[in-house]
Write a protein that binds this ligand. Structure first.
Ligand code: SF4
Length: 370
């Protein structure tokens, strides 16, 4: 299990290692075809900042070789905001006395139909809060089963499940799971996740092993930028990625690193702000580190960043996302989980990508290559 591997890696020493990387380390990393995590550290370090242009060119080259000009489009659907966790940065946390929605089967189907009117989406991501008692495996499996009528690729972003749980939902047609570890800093993890199942760090981080053991076809990993030192967090994710690739080599992997925005009200304020330049550096570094990994940018990022990065390393994007349950049809006015920055319609995103010479595709990579 990855929790055992993580025990062997010191957070503080990793931070120090990254900050000590030199110009020579960066040059060495850039000259390699196959990079180690140590090389990755060099590329995300401050020492690599003068090499941004070189990194952008390499990232573009590798992306073109592996993915061509295509950007795979997906759309998320929140089916419930009911949650028993207390993540301090999320409006859906259990202590918020907001009304909770658990979409009925009929409402879920109405959402699917409404999404189909927005664009020819074939990839859907079903998202839930974490409340297994009222929206557990059976509920999620049923949503997946209904989705099969409308979409060819169905992913879920739900509470970590057992191996059997993942297998059960995969049997209904789910072919991918996305899970955010949020942060790999075990010492501080419970500051952000004080109660509920999500407070169990090892259960969450080992969920990826369980996905692999269940034979989940595609695994998405993510850290939330804004909690802990971003360079150390994404390095831990790089270790995790390499570990999973070694142990579950038939699975496809994607990485996400959404940035938390400063809150305009009295909500949680990020501890760390990542600049646009640093986001670009990180994206290039991931592509140079792993030519095959799918790099996903959601609508949390503003349109200008998404458009720029679409030509330089990003391979999957959401569009016209609503982050409230039933947001496309049933309950468009309920509380969002987070506010999207890119508010363009799917059609507008498609037009912008085409103008940039990209080919937005509405299917999954497997369909494209088949
Ligand atoms: S981030 Fe997810 S698990 Fe945490 S409170 Fe929000 S919906 Fe619940």
């Amino acid at each position: 299990m990855f929790s055992d591997e993580l025990e062997k890696i010191s957070w503080d020493e990793t931070t120090q290692k990254i900050m000590n990387k030199t110009d020579n380390d960066v040059r060495r990393a850039l000259s390699k075809e196959r990079l180690s995590v140590d090389d990755f550290m060099a590329l995300i370090s401050p020492a690599a900042e003068p090499y941004l242009e070189v990194m952008a060119q390499l990232s573009q080259k590798y992306t073109m070789e592996r993915f061509g000009k295509t950007i795979s489009m997906f759309i998320p659907l929140y089916i419930t905001n009911s949650c028993t966790n207390s993540c301090v940065y999320c409006g859906f946390h259990i202590s918020n006395p907001m009304p909770r929605t658990i979409l009925t089967e009929e409402e879920i189907e109405n959402e699917y139909k409404a999404i189909k009117k927005l664009g020819p989406f074939e990839n859907i991501l079903l998202v839930t809060g974490e409340n297994p008692a009222v929206a557990g495996e059976k509920y999620i499996a049923r949503a997946v089963e209904i989705a099969r009528k409308y979409f060819s690729n169905i992913k879920i972003e739900v509470m970590p499940l057992s191996v059997e749980g993942y297998k059960y939902i995969a049997d209904q047609g789910m072919n991918g799971v996305i899970c955010f570890q949020e942060t790999y800093n075990k010492k501080n993890y419970n500051i952000y996740h004080p109660r509920g199942m999500k407070s169990k760090f090892d259960w969450r981080v080992n969920g990826f092993d369980r996905m692999g053991q269940a034979g989940v076809h595609s695994i998405g990993m993510g850290v939330l930028i804004g909690l802990e030192d971003w360079r150390t967090d994404v390095t831990m994710m790089a270790y995790h990625l390499r570990y999973l690739q070694k142990n579950y080599w038939q699975t496809k992997y994607s990485v996400n690193f959404p940035r938390m925005r400063p809150s305009e009200n009295d909500g949680f304020q990020p501890n760390v702000i990542m600049t646009d330049k640093e986001l670009a550096q990180l994206t290039f570094a991931y592509r140079i580190f792993d030519h095959d990994v799918d790099i996903s940018f959601s609508t949390r990022e503003p349109a200008y960043i998404r458009d720029n990065m679409a030509t330089l390393g990003v391979t999957t994007m959401s569009a016209e996302s609503k982050t409230e349950p039933g947001g496309y049809f049933s309950y468009p006015q309920t509380l969002e989980q987070f506010h999207v920055s890119d508010e363009r319609t799917a059609t507008e995103v498609e037009a912008a990508l085409k103008k940039l010479g990209r080919e937005p595709v509405w299917k999954d990579w497997d369909d494209i290559f088949n």
